[in-house]
Design a protein around this ligand. Structure first.
Ligand code: G6P
Length: 500
């Protein structure tokens, strides 16, 4: 039942996501250390800045976070969050684990990135239903926290697949709010979405359609979502396409007034100002020197070229096929041996899931294999780094002659947008046509089918061989396209649209 919030209190703008802008670790001495959270969602939202007065509601993700929640008085200390107002929810650890690992990351992420090997997976059984119940409880905890924190008529921007049910749940409690949802992932086509049990598909869509606006990173993902609504809800929803405007989906829940959800597309861009300043600080210069030493070779026009990739060690990022393509390049074009180094940064991610641990081991194995097969005393063909270090990533961006971004499927991929902005000498970009970023960068990148190892090897060769003038020209255009919608504007654009 709807209730009236306490008058005069609460925030006018709220953001909600599973991962927040800060992550805590507890040291042996009991001291808490705060570090910036990882991934595309946090990079994008971090730029909303304290000046919007937005309150960011997120989940406590580990023991450090839980301890920080215990010590904080409501909001986390501003010193830890760069001034951003942050409220962390201490959802019981087993509920969070079942919702995050058991549903969000091993079901919803797999569906939207089309990662299942379908002869074996998925199967939906009683254990799945138990995890689903945790996912509902987790979403309900967010809806309740947002209800408590929101001023009358406030705008609430709920993020990603972890929180697909929260918009509907929040609307039931607070019909006065303006509710937005934003997906940072791709959206599955209807035939693939149909893997999910019928009632779950309907719950997910109805949850998101509880929002006044559902936002996506590209037109392709928005269209897939609308197609899933039509395929799943059939006559229980109506889609309106008015000329030149984003479509609207109208649903009429039984016994209730029809509700309209506007579909929006907001292609999150890179933050040029932040990146360029950050990439020229002393800690990055230091890493640059260390990386140059690891690359080796001479200076000047004959210096060794670098192919750079920076990813979470994520199944959808296609790191292993990227390594195979690099091996193909060395095998088929011996002229590149000793003349190129592949800097592959693959930072651990979602290690609670066995498939991610196996994948991490496979990345390491293939990199070692290439080094054993081709390495010489003065040349290590692959330099693999697995310890997350933002300053070193930026140093690699600066060094890049070629950036390799070859995901199987990706909502956007901010690395593809960040490298051209930061690279010192102008880099070429080898880009999967399945990355959302391809919609904006396809013209000046070298496009690849991420499954085609030989074609990826050919694209790496073309990128390394590109005449300097062409490379610099393309890189400048890539940087322009990549920064068309910087994070702060991406956010205010949505807020304005939501407030209508
Ligand atoms: C993607 C998702 C985000 C997520 C990030 C990092 O960008 O869209 O919601 O936060 O990956 O993944 P993690 O599971 O570590 O939060």
């Amino acid at each position: 039942p709807a209730r009236t919030p306490a008058a005069g209190r609460g925030a006018e703008v709220l953001v909600a996501s599973n991962r927040g802008p800060v992550a805590y670790t507890v040291g042996a001495d009991g001291a808490l250390t705060a570090k910036r959270g990882g991934g595309g969602l946090v990079s994008g939202l971090s730029a909303i800045g304290p000046e919007t007065e937005a309150v960011w509601v997120c989940a406590a993700l580990g023991d450090g976070d839980r301890e920080a929640v215990r010590r904080a008085d409501g909001e986390l200390p501003a010193a830890d969050t760069g001034g951003q107002r942050v409220r962390m929810l201490d959802i019981p650890a087993e509920v969070h684990a079942a919702a995050y690992n058991g549903i969000a990351n091993s079901v919803l992420w797999f569906v939207h990135h089309m990662l299942y090997q379908t002869p074996l997976e998925p199967s939906f059984d009683t254990e799945f239903r138990e995890r689903w119940a945790a996912y509902e409880a987790y979403n309900a905890a967010f809806a309740e926290a947002l209800d408590r924190a929101a001023a009358p008529g406030a705008a609430v921007l709920i993020q990603d697949y972890h929180l697909a049910l929260a918009p509907g749940m929040l609307r039931e409690r607070r019909p006065d709010l303006r509710i937005g949802h934003f997906s940072h992932t791709p959206w599955a086509p209807p035939e693939y979405f149909a893997l999910l049990p019928d009632d779950i598909r309907e719950r997910l869509l109805r949850g998101m359609l509880g929002a006044d606006r559902a936002g996506f990173l590209t037109r392709r993902w928005a269209a897939a979502f609308v197609a899933c609504c039509t395929a799943t809800l059939e006559t229980r929803c109506a889609v309106h396409h008015s000329d030149g405007e984003a479509p609207h989906v109208v649903t009429a829940p039984p016994g209730q007034e029809p509700h309209t959800t506007q579909i929006g597309v907001h292609g999150l861009g890179a933050d040029a100002e932040f990146l360029r300043e950050r990439a020229h600080r002393p800690d990055v210069d230091e890493r640059l020197t260390a990386l140059r030493a690891q690359i080796g070779g001479g200076a000047g026009p004959e210096r060794r070229r670098t192919i750079v990739r920076v990813d979470r060690t994520e199944l959808s990022k296609n790191i292993v096929r990227g390594l195979h393509a690099y091996r193909r390049l060395l095998a088929d074009r011996p002229e590149w041996r000793e003349r190129v180094v592949h800097l592959a940064f693959a930072y651990p991610s979602r290690q609670d899931l066995a498939v991610y641990r196996d994948y991490t081991a496979e990345v390491r194995r293939v990199a070692e294999e290439i080094n054993a097969a081709y390495g010489t005393p003065g040349w290590q063909p692959v330099v693999l780094h697995v310890k997350d270090d933002f300053a070193r990533s930026l140093a690699a961006y600066r060094l890049a002659d070629v950036a390799l971004v070859n995901p199987i499927r990706d909502g956007m991929n901010l690395v593809a947008k960040e490298v051209p902005v930061v690279s010192d000498a102008g880099c070429a970009l080898v880009l999967s046509r399945e990355a959302g970023a391809h919609e904006e960068l396809g013209e000046d990148a070298l496009s690849v089918n991420p499954y085609d190892i030989n074609a990826t090897a050919d694209a790496l060769h073309a990128a390394l061989s590109m005449p300097e003038e062409e490379r610099v020209g393309r890189c400048a255009r890539l940087a322009d396209a990549a920064t068309a919608l910087p994070p702060a504007r991406w956010f205010t654009e949505q807020l304005t649209a939501l407030r209508g």
